[in-house]
Design a protein around this ligand. Structure first.
Ligand SMILES: Cc1cc2nc3c(=O)[nH]c(=O)nc-3n(C[C@H](O)[C@H](O)[C@H](O)COP(=O)(O)OP(=O)(O)OC[C@H]3O[C@@H](n4cnc5c(N)ncnc54)[C@H](O)[C@@H]3O)c2cc1C
Length: 295
């Protein structure tokens, strides 16, 4: 939504934002990733070609989450072919697509079954016609608008991971205190309590960095390094916390009743999406430490 807030025109904001805020319109879908481009967003192939007062969209996206439950979608598509732009970052545009008008009419949504309940889909665009007024900001500058929202997304996703860390720490420490084996609580064994304490320490460190990134973002200051480092630390911390909680619960961790196995599966997403830990490390290496670009 930040993209509409920052780069949408007055008419778009007046038309959509109050209804998004009240919940009347659901803007949740974000169509960037494609099957063949992966993390290399600039090589995306979905094309939007201007035709009078409309754009005609053709291509395919994957992992467009919550598309089945969204009224609006932010879509990133190429408007100028790759070989006709001066810079790789040019020629991409962002559209605010009113999905209610195009579902089944050029937009075909297929759910993807996944190991977590993320309600994600693949979407096929076949001559989908959208009004030219769907364009956000200037044509060809879309990649910049999407990048602009990335730091906020990193902070938001990190906060979600931190919430999970707290949940795992609470569940593990409570269970370790209450579960009695060999005549005493398992939490009296340092082999059980140290991993929980360690996971909590990692959580606390990650939380400080994420809070710093959020404060910088709120103040309108650069926060790329902090948002990325926070995302990396939170993603790794939650995975450590999830694994520790699994181990603490022993066999009962595998029973659906306790939700540990479900949260364990869910915790794994943060090391992969919306950006993988490797790609964050590349950012830190290149943009914070000044090392050569690796890709
Ligand atoms: C459940 C789920 C929901 C999602 N929701 C959305 C959504 O709503 N909208 C959307 O647009 N996308 C969404 N995504 C996509 C997500 O952002 C991508 O999966 C993620 O960015 C990784 O891209 P990829 O899957 O193509 O992996 P790839 O780019 O194919 O990478 C595969 C592996 O190779 C590594 N790798 C690749 N290049 C390098 C390199 N240069 N150096 C080191 N390592 C490298 C990566 O770290 C990764 O581990 C979602 C994904 C999932 C799984």
């Amino acid at each position: 939504m930040g993209t509409v807030l920052r780069h949408g025109n007055d008419e778009q904001k007046k038309h959509y934002l109050p209804k998004i805020a009240s919940g009347e319109l659901r803007l949740q879908a974000f169509g960037v990733t494609e099957p063949t481009s992966g993390t290399d967003t600039l090589s995306l192939r979905t094309m939007a070609v201007r035709d009078g007062d409309e754009y005609v969209v053709n291509g395919q996206k994957v992992w467009t989450s919550r598309a089945e439950h969204s009224d609006l979608m932010l879509l990133l598509a190429r408007t100028t072919p790759k070989d006709k732009v001066a810079k790789r970052t040019d020629g991409l545009s962002v559209f605010l697509v009113d999905m209610r008008a195009v579902k089944g009419k050029g937009m075909e949504i297929k759910p993807i079954r996944t190991m977590i309940n993320h309600n994600t889909t693949e979407i096929f665009y076949d001559n989908m016609r959208i009004p030219a007024s769907s364009l956000i900001g200037e044509e060809g500058k879309g990649f910049r608008y999407i990048l602009d929202g990335m730091n906020a997304e990193r902070v938001l996703v990190s906060a979600e991971a931190l919430g999970d860390c707290q949940w795992f720490a609470k569940m593990a420490s409570t269970y370790a205190t209450e579960r009695v084996v060999f005549g005493k609580p398992i939490g009296t064994n340092q082999g059980v309590q140290f991993p929980i304490a360690e996971a909590y320490a990692h959580f606390t460190g990650a939380q400080m960095m994420v809070q710093k990134a959020a404060a910088l973002f709120e103040a309108g200051l650069p926060c790329g390094a902090e948002a990325n480092i926070g995302k990396y630390l939170a993603g790794e911390a939650v995975w450590k916390a999830a694994d520790t909680c699994m181990q603490t619960y022993g066999g009962f961790a595998f029973a659906e009743e306790y939700h540990i196995e479900r949260k364990f599966r869910e915790a794994r997403i943060f090391r992969t999406a919306p950006i993988s830990s490797n790609l964050v490390l590349s950012f830190i290496a290149e943009h914070v430490l000044g090392m050569p670009r690796s890709y």
